[in-house]
Design a protein around this ligand. Structure first.
Ligand code: CA
Length: 220
Protein backbone atom coordinates (compact mmCIF):
# COMPACT_ATOMS: atom_id res chain seq x y z
CA UNK A 1 0.00 0.00 0.00
CA UNK A 2 1.51 3.27 -1.07
CA UNK A 3 0.41 6.59 0.42
CA UNK A 4 1.13 10.20 -0.49
CA UNK A 5 1.06 12.89 2.19
CA UNK A 6 0.73 16.48 0.94
CA UNK A 7 1.29 18.69 3.97
CA UNK A 8 3.35 21.87 4.31
CA UNK A 9 3.84 21.60 8.09
CA UNK A 10 7.06 19.67 7.80
CA UNK A 11 7.15 18.29 11.32
CA UNK A 12 3.61 17.00 11.09
CA UNK A 13 4.30 15.49 7.65
CA UNK A 14 7.46 13.81 8.93
CA UNK A 15 5.84 12.34 12.02
CA UNK A 16 2.88 11.04 10.00
CA UNK A 17 5.27 9.53 7.45
CA UNK A 18 7.30 7.85 10.19
CA UNK A 19 4.24 6.43 11.92
CA UNK A 20 2.66 5.14 8.71
CA UNK A 21 5.96 3.67 7.52
CA UNK A 22 6.14 1.75 10.79
CA UNK A 23 2.64 0.39 10.03
CA UNK A 24 4.06 -1.07 6.84
CA UNK A 25 2.89 1.50 4.29
CA UNK A 26 5.22 2.99 1.69
CA UNK A 27 4.96 6.75 2.18
CA UNK A 28 5.96 9.71 0.01
CA UNK A 29 5.69 13.32 1.17
CA UNK A 30 5.21 16.59 -0.71
CA UNK A 31 5.29 19.96 1.03
CA UNK A 32 3.45 22.04 -1.55
CA UNK A 33 0.41 21.61 -3.74
CA UNK A 34 2.10 21.61 -7.14
CA UNK A 35 4.67 19.02 -6.14
CA UNK A 36 1.84 17.00 -4.60
CA UNK A 37 -0.19 17.09 -7.81
CA UNK A 38 2.86 16.10 -9.86
CA UNK A 39 3.62 13.12 -7.59
CA UNK A 40 -0.03 12.07 -7.45
CA UNK A 41 -0.18 12.02 -11.26
CA UNK A 42 3.11 10.13 -11.62
CA UNK A 43 2.88 7.61 -8.79
CA UNK A 44 0.65 4.61 -8.23
CA UNK A 45 -0.85 5.65 -4.91
CA UNK A 46 -3.46 3.74 -2.98
CA UNK A 47 -4.48 6.78 -0.94
CA UNK A 48 -3.71 10.50 -0.54
CA UNK A 49 -3.61 12.45 2.71
CA UNK A 50 -4.13 16.03 1.66
CA UNK A 51 -3.87 19.22 3.67
CA UNK A 52 -6.16 22.04 2.51
CA UNK A 53 -4.07 25.16 3.15
CA UNK A 54 -0.98 24.56 1.02
CA UNK A 55 1.45 26.80 -0.84
CA UNK A 56 1.38 26.57 -4.63
CA UNK A 57 -1.99 24.93 -5.07
CA UNK A 58 -4.49 24.38 -2.28
CA UNK A 59 -5.88 20.98 -1.35
CA UNK A 60 -9.33 21.66 -2.82
CA UNK A 61 -7.84 22.52 -6.19
CA UNK A 62 -5.40 19.63 -6.11
CA UNK A 63 -8.25 17.24 -5.38
CA UNK A 64 -10.45 18.78 -8.10
CA UNK A 65 -7.60 18.52 -10.63
CA UNK A 66 -7.14 14.80 -9.95
CA UNK A 67 -10.86 14.13 -10.22
CA UNK A 68 -10.94 16.08 -13.48
CA UNK A 69 -8.26 13.66 -14.74
CA UNK A 70 -10.60 10.80 -13.85
CA UNK A 71 -8.37 9.69 -10.97
CA UNK A 72 -10.49 8.12 -8.24
CA UNK A 73 -7.70 7.55 -5.69
CA UNK A 74 -9.16 7.75 -2.16
CA UNK A 75 -8.45 11.18 -0.64
CA UNK A 76 -8.48 12.02 3.06
CA UNK A 77 -8.43 15.79 3.60
CA UNK A 78 -6.82 17.41 6.63
CA UNK A 79 -7.58 20.91 7.73
CA UNK A 80 -7.07 23.23 10.64
CA UNK A 81 -10.38 24.84 9.89
CA UNK A 82 -13.43 23.48 11.59
CA UNK A 83 -16.69 24.29 9.92
CA UNK A 84 -19.54 22.65 8.08
CA UNK A 85 -18.96 24.82 5.04
CA UNK A 86 -15.35 23.63 4.69
CA UNK A 87 -16.36 20.04 5.08
CA UNK A 88 -19.02 20.37 2.39
CA UNK A 89 -16.51 22.05 0.08
CA UNK A 90 -13.96 19.28 0.68
CA UNK A 91 -16.48 16.58 -0.14
CA UNK A 92 -17.78 18.54 -3.16
CA UNK A 93 -14.36 18.66 -4.75
CA UNK A 94 -14.20 14.89 -4.52
CA UNK A 95 -12.52 14.14 -1.19
CA UNK A 96 -13.67 10.86 0.37
CA UNK A 97 -13.21 11.78 4.00
CA UNK A 98 -12.26 14.70 6.12
CA UNK A 99 -10.31 15.10 9.37
CA UNK A 100 -10.00 18.29 11.39
CA UNK A 101 -6.67 19.17 13.05
CA UNK A 102 -5.61 18.48 15.67
CA UNK A 103 -6.52 14.83 15.23
CA UNK A 104 -5.44 11.71 17.00
CA UNK A 105 -3.02 9.50 15.11
CA UNK A 106 -5.07 6.44 16.01
CA UNK A 107 -8.15 8.01 14.43
CA UNK A 108 -6.17 8.88 11.30
CA UNK A 109 -4.97 5.28 10.90
CA UNK A 110 -8.50 3.95 11.44
CA UNK A 111 -9.86 6.33 8.76
CA UNK A 112 -7.11 5.30 6.32
CA UNK A 113 -7.90 1.62 6.83
CA UNK A 114 -11.64 2.27 6.46
CA UNK A 115 -11.12 4.21 3.22
CA UNK A 116 -8.84 1.56 1.74
CA UNK A 117 -11.37 -1.12 2.62
CA UNK A 118 -14.32 0.86 1.32
CA UNK A 119 -12.64 1.55 -1.99
CA UNK A 120 -11.66 -2.06 -2.45
CA UNK A 121 -7.96 -1.16 -2.33
CA UNK A 122 -7.73 -3.66 0.47
CA UNK A 123 -9.56 -6.89 -0.16
CA UNK A 124 -11.52 -8.52 2.65
CA UNK A 125 -9.79 -7.81 5.93
CA UNK A 126 -9.09 -11.49 6.50
CA UNK A 127 -7.76 -13.55 3.57
CA UNK A 128 -7.69 -17.35 3.78
CA UNK A 129 -5.32 -18.81 1.23
CA UNK A 130 -4.48 -22.47 1.58
CA UNK A 131 -2.75 -22.88 4.95
CA UNK A 132 -2.42 -19.11 5.42
CA UNK A 133 -4.77 -16.75 7.22
CA UNK A 134 -3.89 -13.11 6.62
CA UNK A 135 -5.67 -10.58 8.77
CA UNK A 136 -5.07 -7.29 6.98
CA UNK A 137 -6.78 -5.18 9.63
CA UNK A 138 -4.74 -6.56 12.55
CA UNK A 139 -1.71 -7.15 10.25
CA UNK A 140 -1.28 -10.71 11.47
CA UNK A 141 -0.63 -13.92 9.64
CA UNK A 142 -0.87 -17.52 10.65
CA UNK A 143 -0.02 -20.79 8.99
CA UNK A 144 -2.12 -23.84 9.87
CA UNK A 145 -3.52 -21.86 12.78
CA UNK A 146 -0.12 -20.96 14.28
CA UNK A 147 0.69 -17.27 14.27
CA UNK A 148 3.91 -16.28 12.47
CA UNK A 149 5.65 -13.03 13.42
CA UNK A 150 6.50 -10.87 10.41
CA UNK A 151 8.12 -7.45 10.21
CA UNK A 152 5.98 -4.61 8.82
CA UNK A 153 7.82 -4.77 5.48
CA UNK A 154 7.52 -8.55 5.21
CA UNK A 155 3.81 -8.25 5.89
CA UNK A 156 3.46 -5.55 3.23
CA UNK A 157 5.17 -7.77 0.62
CA UNK A 158 2.96 -10.73 1.57
CA UNK A 159 -0.12 -8.51 1.33
CA UNK A 160 0.73 -7.44 -2.23
CA UNK A 161 1.03 -11.11 -3.24
CA UNK A 162 -2.08 -12.14 -1.30
CA UNK A 163 -4.32 -9.51 -2.82
CA UNK A 164 -3.66 -11.12 -6.19
CA UNK A 165 -3.23 -14.71 -5.05
CA UNK A 166 -2.90 -17.06 -7.96
CA UNK A 167 -1.59 -14.28 -10.27
CA UNK A 168 2.01 -13.40 -10.98
CA UNK A 169 3.06 -10.17 -9.30
CA UNK A 170 6.23 -8.58 -10.67
CA UNK A 171 9.12 -7.36 -8.56
CA UNK A 172 8.52 -3.86 -9.95
CA UNK A 173 4.90 -3.88 -8.77
CA UNK A 174 5.93 -5.02 -5.31
CA UNK A 175 8.63 -2.33 -5.16
CA UNK A 176 6.21 0.33 -6.30
CA UNK A 177 3.63 -0.45 -3.63
CA UNK A 178 5.85 -1.38 -0.71
CA UNK A 179 8.91 0.84 -1.03
CA UNK A 180 8.63 4.61 -1.29
CA UNK A 181 9.38 6.88 -4.21
CA UNK A 182 12.80 7.81 -2.84
CA UNK A 183 13.97 4.19 -2.84
CA UNK A 184 16.90 3.93 -5.20
CA UNK A 185 18.44 0.76 -3.91
CA UNK A 186 18.71 -2.63 -5.53
CA UNK A 187 15.34 -3.95 -6.80
CA UNK A 188 16.58 -7.37 -5.71
CA UNK A 189 15.66 -6.28 -2.17
CA UNK A 190 12.30 -7.90 -3.02
CA UNK A 191 14.06 -11.28 -3.26
CA UNK A 192 15.44 -10.84 0.23
CA UNK A 193 11.93 -10.34 1.60
CA UNK A 194 10.46 -13.20 -0.39
CA UNK A 195 13.20 -15.48 1.01
CA UNK A 196 12.36 -14.35 4.54
CA UNK A 197 8.67 -15.05 3.91
CA UNK A 198 9.44 -18.53 2.59
CA UNK A 199 11.61 -19.26 5.60
CA UNK A 200 8.91 -18.17 8.02
CA UNK A 201 5.78 -19.37 6.23
CA UNK A 202 7.05 -22.41 4.33
CA UNK A 203 8.79 -22.65 0.97
CA UNK A 204 5.63 -24.00 -0.69
CA UNK A 205 3.56 -20.83 -0.37
CA UNK A 206 5.39 -18.54 -2.81
CA UNK A 207 6.33 -19.72 -6.29
CA UNK A 208 8.94 -17.94 -8.43
CA UNK A 209 7.86 -17.40 -12.01
CA UNK A 210 11.15 -16.99 -13.82
CA UNK A 211 11.55 -13.59 -15.44
CA UNK A 212 8.07 -12.50 -14.38
CA UNK A 213 7.79 -12.36 -10.61
CA UNK A 214 6.17 -14.26 -7.80
CA UNK A 215 2.89 -15.97 -7.22
CA UNK A 216 1.28 -16.78 -3.92
CA UNK A 217 0.04 -20.30 -4.30
CA UNK A 218 -3.68 -20.17 -3.69
CA UNK A 219 -4.18 -23.68 -2.42
CA UNK A 220 -0.69 -24.35 -1.07
CA1 CA B 1 -1.14 23.71 5.70
Amino acid sequence: MRLLIVEDEKRLALSLAKGLTAEGYAVDVAHDGREGLHLAREGAYDLLILDIMLPGLNGYRLCAALRADGDDVPILMLTAKDGEYDEAEGLDTGADDYLTKPFSYVVLVARIKALLRRRGRTALPVLRLGPLTIDQGARRVSRDGAEVALTAKEFAVLEQLARRAGDVVSKAEILEHVWDFAYEGDPNIVEVYVSALRRKLGADVIATVRGAGYRLVRGA
